[in-house]
Write a protein that binds this ligand. Structure first.
Ligand SMILES: Cc1ncc(COP(=O)(O)O)c(C=O)c1O
Length: 981
């Protein structure tokens, strides 16, 4: 939303005489840096002048403690142009070989419907939105996520579902934790069927260790030989069999064990649902619903339960509520109960999940509808049945029950066939020494099956596909699904899944939802601690290149040289930026990085005979995921107080570190602090912790204030996660994907996450995994890689400097009207600042929520509300906003302050003021206008809103109603219709 020209905009420059410039200047090699950084030189000069400093260097030296300020430039190349960076990356991508994958194991080829590819995955209006914390301007993605939940509920047969988790393996670990909490049975044993995907078993085992849970992996038919509190099954199993869930679940229930079923969503289109057979939790991955494999991610995992478990479900749940006009509106249900916000009492630390991918999967279901999905599932199954029948007739043996996966017993011929397939560009799954797994999918064709026959039997096999097909279709021979295993109930009956099957209708539906949502395409999203910077188009382009998108995470290493080269380079760049010695790319979110980092700390302490160290010191201001992650690692959280300036109280830290010197594991600290200041004593803080035997975990959420200026690894920290979806330009996707790689000092490096299926370089496979895939979400790593390469040494530092400049400029201007809660040395803030609204609440009842909602009327997304201090707004502009946009925000906050003054003076009662009535919608225009302020004041308070209005699609949404009347599936269609009031 560009403001029309105002007085605050700099005058156009006189034309430069380009004819005298040297070629090096004409090459314009820093063009990307100039476009990434929103404020040009003149804007920066204007802000510096307003702040009373002569240069960025002066501002930085006034702001960043001298003890940590880098003296040397980052040791890396200068930035490059978009053209060069993309060409170089294309050459790297070309080193990947895209073979046809038959590996399965939870990752399948899929056709991304082009209308979804272009209008969602490649569309910044979808991928740059934030988590829908401000529901009035997020109704579009809330509806798409509600559709996701409905899809999951229908497929699984469960009563409720959440709006995605990080991956299937993480979801399974969450299910184990949920069973442990929810089941009163006195057992610490969790049974995992031996046909669960190996990566899932790996992550479950990692998670179990610090919950003191014993994991038994075995044949589920022998479950009665164990006394367990919960069971994890896979449906169909990793080798393809469809087990008799009913019998297994009732066997488990007889011994009061709860049952979680990891299910394949495409198989569920045909198979009886686990819910109808009594499962307590059903989870899985919706990757094959139109989301590329991407070398392991990102994809949306799902998690569904019975209604009685709804308050224990990890992650976010979208629910139905009403707005102040009584119109139906969606919001994140139990918002304030989000698991990690319960801090150390949390049962999960999931914050960022996989919203963008969940939206894609839900649109895939809307696009195909129940009939289309049935055709896809039936076709996949038919081709598998043709393959199985032909092979059987030729004397090969495989599982007799199956949906899309066969595991063949090939004895001594296995290796030769495996190699023959590789040479033909087909990847099979080797199982043990003599078996081979083959999974078919949506993209499989009759020609593929013909090729498989040739590969497995030699070209003289003489099998007639069409004849076998006729027999299967005619029912004269059995397929791998018996009549009793087929589901009898209808799925996806809601009109949403039956309406939009022409491309025109589909396009318009998605566009209609998109239009309800505020994203970075509309204006600044100044969410503190979230770093909503530019997600440059050039950075996004490679993620849909087939050479990145269509690679299976367990493809042979020889085929993934391009990915591995990029990872190695990215790791080296992150090592240079952070000052650590090693990086793990595995964690899929910041919180998962915290978990992986704490795991490394504990493993290291065990390795030096200090397993007793289990105290985690955490400042009172920490983000909720910090204590939640510590709790997941079996640690005891001890809170360290902050002083009046918002800094960690050194006295309190000293006292508590000394008190717990014998069992201190670590301190978790965010730097710069969540209060938005560079604490001067950070080196001393790290020293105190080390002197008392602990390690320092530095939460890297605020790395955007450090890159190129300071390095956590040089300040004394031992480990950090980096939210690549903040500082390193991965878009937030409306609530994910994210990536939370961790950097560690060398002593922790041997304890980084490993993987049981694919080797992670330099790590033992027995190091447990924290994610399903060895390198997390490989498909989005090109974004951060390009970000670093294009900005280069100077551009990275300059970005950080301008982020700090913009925050200080806002603090200066807003500080004239609102108190800025915390400032550091010389009155400077770091890359964000906190506006204190509490005095206004006291003076006239205006709350931070009123201001947040009113900002929507002014064409803005609200800053972060009530974190880290209740009653405040935390504002982070980032380096990507222009001075014009910063000034537009200041103008909005000024206008709001003037409105508050009218409430303070008694001119307006708070209840009928534009602040409390915010946000205003078109429904307000249609109703009789009975407000003490004009329509123009209410809806078009600035010139910018008069020329380019963003319309909130709901009036203020009731925070309480939706939780009291919890409802998380798609409501009847009639209720979507506006009642015209
Ligand atoms: C300070 C801080 N730490 C940790 C996190 C968790 O990161 P994620 O949402 O990627 O799990 C956040 C997220 O907003 C944060 O602000």
């Amino acid at each position: 939303m560009n403001a029309p020209a105002t007085d605050t905009q700099p005058a156009a420059h006189a034309a430069t005489d380009t004819s005298t410039l040297a070629l090096s200047a004409l090459e314009d090699r820093d063009a990307f840096t100039r476009r990434h950084i929103g404020a040009g030189t003149a804007d920066q000069d204007a802000m510096l002048a307003a702040l009373g400093v002569n240069s960025l260097d002066q501002l930085i030296s006034e702001t960043v403690p001298a003890s940590i300020l880098l003296q040397d430039a980052l040791s890396m190349d200068e930035g490059c142009t978009e053209v060069e960076a993309l060409a170089a990356l294309q050459a790297v991508a070309a080193k990947n070989q895209v073979a046809k994958s038959y590996i399965g194991m939870g990752y399948h080829n899929t056709h991304v419907p082009p209308v979804i590819l272009r209008n969602v995955l490649e569309n910044p209006a979808w991928y740059t939105a934030y988590t829908p914390y401000q529901p009035e301007i997020a109704q579009g993605r809330l509806e798409a996520l509600l559709n996701f939940q409905q899809l999951v509920m229908d497929l699984t047969g469960m009563e409720m579902a959440n709006a995605s988790l990080l991956d299937e393996a993480t979801a399974a670990a969450e299910a184990m934790a949920l069973c442990k909490r929810s089941n009163r049975k006195k057992s610490d044993v969790y049974f995992v069927a031996d046909d669960v995907h190996p990566q899932t078993i790996d992550v479950i085992k990692t998670r179990a260790e610090y919950f003191d849970i014993d994991v038994v992996v075995g044949n589920p038919l022998e479950l009665d030989q164990h006394d367990v509190f919960g069971v994890q099954l896979q449906y169909p199993g990793t080798y393809g069999d469809i087990s008799d869930l009913k019998q297994l679940i009732s066997g488990a229930h007889q011994q009061q064990a709860m049952v979680s079923v990891a299910a394949d969503p495409l198989a569920l289109v045909l198979l009886e649902s686990p819910g109808s057979m009594g499962a307590d939790v059903v989870l899985g991955s919706l990757q094959r619903f139109g989301v590329p494999m991407g070398f392991g991610g990102p994809h949306a995992a799902f998690f569904a339960t019975s209604d009685k478990l709804k308050r224990s479900v990890p992650g976010r749940i979208i629910g139905v509520s009403v707005d102040t006009r009584g119109n139906q509106a969606l919001r994140m249900a139990m918002q304030t109960r989000e698991q990690h916000i319960r801090r150390e009492k949390a049962t999960s630390n999931i914050c960022t999940a996989q919203a963008l991918l969940a939206n894609m999967a839900s649109f895939y279901a809307v696009y195909h509808g129940p009939e289309g999905l049935r055709k896809i599932a039936e076709r996949t199954h038919r081709l598998t049945a043709i393959l199985a029948t032909g092979l059987l007739r030729k004397g090969l043996t495989c599982n007799s029950s199956y949906f899309d996966t066969l595991t063949l017993d090939l004895g001594g011929e296995r290796e030769a066939i495996y190699q023959r397939a590789l040479a033909a560009g087909c990847n099979f799954r080797p199982v043990g020494d003599a078996r081979l797994g083959i999974s078919l999918d949506e993209t499989s064709t009759a020609a593929d099956v013909q090729e498989l026959f040739d590969l497995l039997l030699g070209s003289e096999h003489g099998l007639d596909l069409n004849a076998i097909d006729a027999e299967l279709a005619g029912g004269t021979i059995a397929t791998g699904i018996s009549a009793s295993q087929r589901r009898g109930d209808a799925i996806l009956q809601h009109p949403t899944f039956n309406r939009y099957h022409s491309e025109t209708e589909m396009l318009r539906y998605m566009k209609a939802l998109e239009n309800r949502d505020y994203s970075l395409v509309h204006g600044m999203i100044p969410l503190g601690s979230c770093t909503m910077k530019l997600n440059a188009t050039a950075e996004m382009i490679p993620i849909t290149w087939p050479a990145f998108a269509n690679v299976h995470p367990f493809a042979p290493e020889s085929q993934t040289a391009g990915y591995r080269e990029m990872f190695t380079e990215l790791e080296a760049l992150l090592v240079e930026i952070t000052g650590y010695d090693a990086i793990s790319l595995q964690p899929n979110s910041g919180a998962q990085g915290e978990y992986a980092g704490l795991l490394a700390i504990r493993k290291y302490q065990e390795s030096i005979g200090q397993a007793q160290r289990n105290i985690c010191l955490i400042p009172a201001s920490a983000h909720g995921t910090n204590p939640a992650s510590a709790a997941m690692m079996g640690m005891k959280v001890v809170i360290v107080e902050c002083d009046g300036e918002g800094n960690v109280s050194i006295d309190d830290l000293q006292t508590k570190a000394e008190r717990h010197a014998d069992d201190l594991s670590c301190l978790m600290i965010t730097y710069p602090s969540t209060h938005g200041v560079f604490e001067q004593n950070i080196v001393e803080i790290c020293d105190i912790v080390h002197a008392n035997g602990g390690q320092v975990y530095m939460d890297g959420a605020n790395m955007n204030a450090q890159v190129g200026l300071s390095k956590p690894g040089l300040m004394g920290s031992d480990v950090s996660h980096l939210n690549l979806h903040k500082t390193f330009a991965i878009p937030h996707g409306g609530g994910g994907p994210g990536m939370g790689p961790i950097g560690v000092k060398s002593h922790l490096a041997p304890f980084l996450p490993g993987h049981s299926v694919t080797d992670v370089p330099n790590l033992a496979t027995q190091n447990g995994a924290v994610s399903a895939s060895p390198f997390g979400s490989g498909a989005i790593l090109p974004i951060s890689y390009l970000y670093i390469r294009m900005l280069g040494q100077q551009g990275l530092r300059h970005s950080t400097e301008v982020a700090i400049l913009a925050a200080n400029y806002l603090a200066l201007k807003l500080g004239e009207q609102y108190p800025i809660l915390y400032r550091g040395r010389n009155g400077r803030v770091a890359h964000e600042c906190i506006v204190d609204v509490r005095p206004l609440k006291e003076s006239c009842g205006v709350t931070e929520e009123d201001i947040a909602k009113r900002l929507m009327d002014y064409g803005f997304h609200a800053p972060t509300m009530s974190f880290p201090v209740p009653g405040t707004l935390m504002i982070e502009p980032t380096e990507s906003e222009s001075l014009a946009e910063l000034d537009r925000f200041i103008e909005a906050m000024t206008g709001i302050r003037q409105e508050i003054a009218r409430v303070e003076s008694g001119e307006w009662a708070i209840e009928v003021s534009p602040l409390r009535q915010a946000p205003h919608t078109q429904a307000d225009l249609r109703a009789a206008w009975d407000r003490p302020y004009s329509i123009e004041q209410g809806l078009f308070p600035t010139a910018a809103t008069r020329s380019n209005k963003f319309w909130p699609s709901a009036n203020r949404i009731d925070n309480v109603y939706g939780d009291r009347n919890f409802f998380c599936s798609c409501p009847p269609v009639a209720s979507y219709e506006d009642d015209g009031q």
